[in-house]
Design a protein around this ligand. Sequence first.
Ligand SMILES: [Fe+2]
Ligand SMILES: [Fe+2]
Length: 382
Amino acid sequence: MKKEMRPPTVVAETTPSATRAELDSPFTGVTRRRSFLKGLGVAGASLTAGALLPIPVKAQENSGRLTRGDAAILRFLAAAEIIESDLWLQYAELGGVTSGTQNPYQLAFQQLDPDGSQYISSNTIDEMSHAAFLNAYLKSKGAQPVNFDKFRTLPGSTATGAQKIKRLTNLTQLTVDTSWYVRYRSQKNPDFGATFPQAIVLEDVTAIPRNNADLGPGDHIQAIANTAAFHFAFIEQGGSSLYSAMVQKAHSVEVLRIVVSIGGDEVAHFLEWVDFAGNGVQVPVAPFTDPISGLTFPDFFNNPPLQPANLVQPSLIFPVPCEFISPNLPHVAIIRPLTDKFGGAVATIKSFTADGLFIGQSQQFLKTLQTMAAEADAAVRL
Ligand SMILES: [Fe+2]
Ligand SMILES: [Fe+2]
């Protein structure tokens, strides 16, 4: 929500009455995020790359606990969550909530919403909880969890605050698909063949400050934060559709419960970022132009890049009702796409790849992801 500017939330680490257990909780001690994130063990699972290979049908059947399809769904979702965790951690290290002096990237996010940094940290913690839970659940059922540690090879930002660690994803050469912004304001459904233009063209752009030089001037770092805002929503709409596609394939009620429940959190994330991105294309943040990259963010209210103007109206933050199931039925407000073709596992990897997230990654990583995605899409509700 758009609110009066106020100082960023001071988190529980400084709350005198907090108990030790509370301070150790990720949900009360957000400034302790780095130690917590490490403790979650997303990067620490013990499997080798061999564990990424498809699980033989017989082995899975012998486990007697998860069907092959359910295991494939959960393994792909674990993979997606590890990817999300990696990119969100990069955002949180530089733009997440901290007490004390705020860096220009944090301040730029706080122009979009005074609580923006808190939301970034919270989204990061959520993704890591998703990854850790899915892997732990797979293990509890005798299925193999997912570990991508050997693929953490990409350089991250050198700006102050970023950990000096290798990354799974690239956030500095993105081509962000912003058609989601139009899609969710449209009465058309991609599953019926509709296509949508870009709300704003973001090609070969960075969504994080690559180094300390990127922290200024003000319109430069604001453009980076605005790019990130559109990217946040791009990622989370992908998660929303992915879970909605996967839930239709789940066999056991427990797996269905897991997929629908984590999927609901992806939708919650997406909604916030719809609002957040919209705040970057209206007064008082927009219009402005990055003096270094030349990237311009117009005021979508007063200078809409598309007509009719409601297709880009920033205040339309909930999914506009659209066609669903049959053109003969009334329009309804829903998550979309929901089909494998546009929202399934293979489609998700395709869109993440086109986004530039995997620039610099090995072919082995991409092949591994594609294999896992194809297995998940092949799952059918029995
Ligand atoms: Fe997630
Ligand atoms: Fe997510």
